[in-house]
Design a protein. Sequence first.
Length: 211
Amino acid sequence: MTRKSQQERSAKTVAKLLDATVDLLYGRGLARSSTLDIAEWAGVSRGALTHHFENKEAIIAAAVSRQLSACTTALHERAQVIRRSGGSSDEVVDCLWQMMSDRLFYVTLEYLPEARHNAEFRQRILPVVQEFHSGLNAVWAELAETSGVDLERVLSLMNATMCIIRGMIAQTTVKDDPVYFTGLLDFWKDIVRREFRCRDAVRVSASPELP
């Protein structure tokens, strides 16, 4: 029982530290957040932080991993919803916009430059980013299957959607105009919707006529 209590306390401490890291990456940025800041924000001692994480890079990589893992789980759950009861491309685009604009991509903007210049940090981050993209692929693969559209075409739509969403969210840092971004998102959803209708029409016209 004592050992379990110690493990539970340790897990809670780690969770506080990882939550604090994401909070500070979002609220202050990577350059303005030290390990001491993280420990203070989490309400634990700096010694507790260094007991679990050897340096700033390690805790940032762990925090990003935890954040992306939670998003990956949500994406796989969305894929199951599509499989069970269907789902439209509009719903998927809206889901991705909500997920990415709810701190995820703002945090990403903070650690991407570090991943570019720090090979060790990049190697820590790559596996979890790849797992996140596997979750994206699962959602769009289910959408492709339910609509009968070619998978490779759908995955190209997914990648284009993610690039557009990333660009839009990056722009929000200097442009506070929700109407503008809603209009752009509606414009893109219409393009994706028409792509699905067009491909579906081609598939139907190509099928043999019934006798």
